[in-house]
Design a protein around this ligand. Sequence first.
Ligand code: ARG
Ligand code: ZN
Length: 885
Amino acid sequence: MKEAQPRTIFLKDYKKPPFLIDETVLHFDLSEQGATVKSRLSIRRNPDADTAPQDLYLDGVDLELAAIAIDGVELSGSGYELIAEGLRVIDVADNFLLECETRIKPHENTCLEGLYKSSSMFCTQCEAEGFRRITYYLDRPDVMSRFTTTIVADKNLYPILLSNGNQVERGDLDADRHFVTWEDPFRKPCYLFALVAGDLLNIDDEYTTMSGRKVALRMFVEPQNKDKCSHALNSLKASMKWDEEVYGREYDLDIFMIVAVDDFNMGAMENKGLNIFNSSCVLAKPDTATDATYQRIEAIVAHEYFHNWSGNRVTCRDWFQLSLKEGFTVFRDAEFSADMNSRTVKRIEDVNLLRTAQFAEDAGPMSHPVRPASFIEISNFYTLTIYEKGAEVVGMIYRLLGAELFRKGSDLYFERHDGQAVTTDDFVQAMQDASGKDLTQFKRWYDLAGTPVIAVDYEYDQDGQTFTLKLSQSCPSTAGDVVEKPFHIPFSFALLDNNGCNIPLIQDDDAVFANAPTELVLDFVKTEQIFTFQHIEKRPIPSLLRGFSAPVRIKNTYSRDELLFLMSNETDGFNRWDAGQKLAVEIIREVAESYAQGAELTVDQRLIEAYRGLLVSESIDKALLSKMLLLPTESYLIELSETANVDAIHHARNFVRDTVAKALKSELLKCYQDNLEAETAYSADFRSIAKRSLKNIALGLLLSIGDAEALTLAETQFATAENMTDESASLIALVNSDFIAPREAALETFYAKWKADPQVVEQWLSIQCGSVKSGSLEAVKRLMSHEAFDIKNPNKVRSVIGAFCNQNIVSFHNANGQGYAFLADNVIKLNKLNPQIASRLVTPLTRWKKFDEQRQALMQAQLKRILDEENLSKDVYEVVSKSIK
Ligand code: ARG
Ligand code: ZN
């Protein structure tokens, strides 16, 4: 018999906490055998509680209770009861001091939640519900407390002992042990608690805030990484300055610490004053980190820093409100990256992720609203919907209000709710109150899952000189929704004349022509809505949903010739890129169709000419060009399909790519040479990045058609590269080519050179496993017994299993079903070791609906096999049970 099914938690059942914890005093004794945690909690009844129970229920998981006392008196067995996932303290007073002593085993903790060991250090991850693995507590974000933390450990093994806030005391103890005490002056929920102990080096910097206070910035790393800190520290200073300038937000403690940890489930964590990062998201130097890594680090450092206001000073009332902090903070970090780099390119990258992965999530079995109504395991809801769609929702408010009113709204939000745990409704209310804009209908974005679809129809009347735009919206119904009411959609719009110039938009006949805007954000609020524009002298081309102003699917209304026109004339950079994507999608689909029918394959010459035009253009911005030369990915093409024929998509895309590369060989060679220039020193500014990117795209295209000249270029670049961007790009080009011997040689050389550097080894693994050429299932399985692999390290799991299943799509989806069985085997293995990683890894199997019947059956069979496992974690249970037909 299987154990009882895990419980579903509902937003509608939210109740205010019956008890509050004013003070939390923690004492950690760390040793190789385990850790002893003593807590002293000053607890009182919540005067505003919804209920007044006699007993106190505390959360606790995998804890050994050694002692418990109330107001200094040891509790007898009748005073408390150990229950599933917690502790019941029977019949408590209104005000009391609870003392507990618990024992935990950080060195056996493979789920990487709570307190665990990573290489030689102790560290913590408490969000969302990890604190309950440290001590018994009210582990919910609306219980905020002042923390004082003392850490005791061996002085030689753990010279550095860190926690949140300010260090207030330190000293030596007997037997080579020492202690440090930290005090955090800000009340916080326990998910923001952090502790680190290790033999770490610190790299220091300093920042002077807008009011003139000096803040110490201190990054802690293992000694071998001391030369990989400068980019993160520079990004941190830039973030601090940006948040002062753009949001008026100043940092509030005297010290800000960052720690790099090798074993980490996610990217990073915003613990108050002590951010903890996955090493791969914070460590960089030019010879080991690619441009993409440099940009990721800049974005994540900013993200975690920005949480100090959007997350820590104002936090979430409950986990259903997760997007309150995550959506807003992703919006903030995206704006920061846009300001630091190319705004258009940042938008292209974000929309690409949204349309490829979030849209797929929202069309799949785990589809949920930005504010979910229920969950089984909250860790499963750190999703693209909460983060990326959540950021789009905040972005739509920004577009509806404009920069100035949005800033008034954020000021009001921070002022009104500083020190509180609040809801997404509170956020929207502040925006509405500050701007005077009614956002009632807008709130539907938080409560409804699914991606709205917009159909566009338009008409030009030559005689009346009017242009009529008709928009209609619908949303594929998601479980539980009965009435379909329209969304409030900001629809950014312009009209282009045949020279590609914006035409003044006059909606009202009395409007003054000279003051007419040339771009509008239309309030699209009805199921069907008509907008009319006057005094349009010639037939224009409409520019729709500029900058991707809302997270919707829009049906293509353009002819191929119009798309070609837009590829060179759109005034909105995002739409210009998107026109190229739309054209390429159409053409690849046409080729895939022919492939599936066994017909002859041909590529519409217009696409080739369009790329030629881009390559020879003198005026186009290189950053934009580097994005326009990339064909839509296989994942995106699958997402756009009703039923995806993976083999046809793969072959068609390659055929189009190779046809373009052959036709444009000389232009690509010239592009390579033009962007080759010897560099003085590596710089990660976006212009240098764009040049390297163009050069390496050209190299990849030339190598994919087996060009001998390109092979020499790639081998030379590989041997002489002075930065990891160029080194790994040449390796990727070789790995994806048909030059088998050079490819194998390069992989071997690369590993021999970099095997001591885990961040580079991760790249080496994912390049191979993500490539159809080098990542056969057998090769991937062999890599799993390579010394470089470690199933307990999430980064390695992602680089091998994740890369194979998500990037090496034709191999994973091999009709023999072996890719599916391989994934299920590993999900089952990881379910015991690290449930969070297991449940993330299983995602590709949950997308079965997109594939043919045979594959659907094979995928379903593997999901059932997982569900039949004994002791399935809540994490895996929730995802798999919701994914089964
Ligand atoms: N708050 C962190 C961030 O977005 C992520 C924490 C993820 N934790 C988890 N259990 N999934 O920066
Ligand atoms: Zn975050």
